[in-house]
Design a protein around this ligand. Structure first.
Ligand SMILES: [Zn+2]
Length: 293
């Protein structure tokens, strides 16, 4: 499982979840904030002064394709960012420079960001979901956990490690660790929450995490249950319904996640669709507790 498949193309030519090659594509745009931060490509207005004979005047944005996998239902952006591009996008995540550029393209973002930086409100829901599978207190690693602000079981942990590429300092009690430290440490719980939707090749991330797990380790995966996925029956080809891409480059359904887990040598032992209950105040998220298969 640790052997990574060789090809990691810039433009995905197979499903990034199940590897399937029955794909359908539909044109979309890469949102200006992401195009600018990753590639340095700002949108432009083409007018007569450009002197282009075969191009019409108008706004030019970075184009891309939305891709649907006909095997597992996965919906994803065809562009797959490289490590340096991921670094460009996520270094200093939601800090001053990031926020200023994003607010330029998406007015009102700075205000929303203040709320995001205060953390999520459903950590008790996550802890209740995971408690049946864990010995408490736990040794926890939050993989891609930002500052540790959203890590479950913070106050019921004997070890609180966070691995993240944003380079930010951790909150009180969090120990920011590198991969080598994580490899040398035994964990009861590894958290991979709101990470996989950002990652070019999620199987690589799960393979890395798999190398840190023992038979007793629980992996908690959480991804957004995006509206276009949620509102359409499984089996619907979604690519033509998705016209723009931002930081979330992968839109998962449960079947796609199950195939991804199987490819990584893991099984889901529990699944919850947060936000799906009537009158729920929570955002729509897919929550999975996983173990080695
Ligand atoms: Zn697939």
């Amino acid at each position: 499982m640790s052997d990574k498949p060789v090809a990691r193309p810039r433009i995905a030519d197979a499903c990034i979840c199940c590897g399937g090659q029955s794909l359908e594509k539909s044109p979309a745009i890469l949102m200006p904030f992401v195009a600018h931060r990753v590639f340095g490509w700002a949108p432009v207005e083409i007018d007569d002064s450009w002197g282009l004979r075969t191009i019409r005047n108008g706004n030019a944005y970075s184009i891309c394709n939305s891709v649907s996998c006909l095997d597992c239902g996965m919906l994803f952006l065809d562009i797959r960012f490289s490590d340096p591009e991921m670094e460009a996008l996520y270094s200093g995540y939601r800090q001053a420079e990031y926020t200023a550029l994003r607010d330029h393209y998406e007015p009102g973002y700075a205000e929303r960001n203040d709320t995001l930086n205060q953390g999520i409100g459903f950590i008790p829901e996550i802890e209740a979901f995971l408690t049946p599978f864990l010995p408490l207190p736990v040794r926890v690693l939050d993989w891609g956990g930002d500052t540790g602000i959203n890590t479950p079981f913070k106050s019921a942990s004997t070890l609180f490690h966070v691995y993240d590429i944003s380079g930010k300092p951790g909150i009180a009690g969090a120990v920011m660790v590198d991969r080598d430290t994580a490899r040398r440490t035994a964990y009861d719980l590894i958290v991979c929450s709101n990470v996989l939707e950002h990652i070019p090749y999620p199987l690589d991330t799960l393979s890395d995490i798999r190398g840190l797990m023992s038979r007793d380790t629980v992996l908690y995966i959480e991804v957004p249950h995006e509206e276009v996925v949620r509102r359409n029956p499984e089996g619907t080809v979604l690519c033509a319904l998705k016209r723009h891409w931002h930081e979330h480059v992968n839109f998962f359904g449960l079947e796609a996640l199950r195939r991804l887990l199987a490819a990584a040598g893991m099984d889901a032992v529990a699944v919850r669709e947060l936000g799906s209950e009537p009158d729920s105040v929570h955002p729509h998220q897919l929550m999975l507790a996983c173990r080695l298969a």
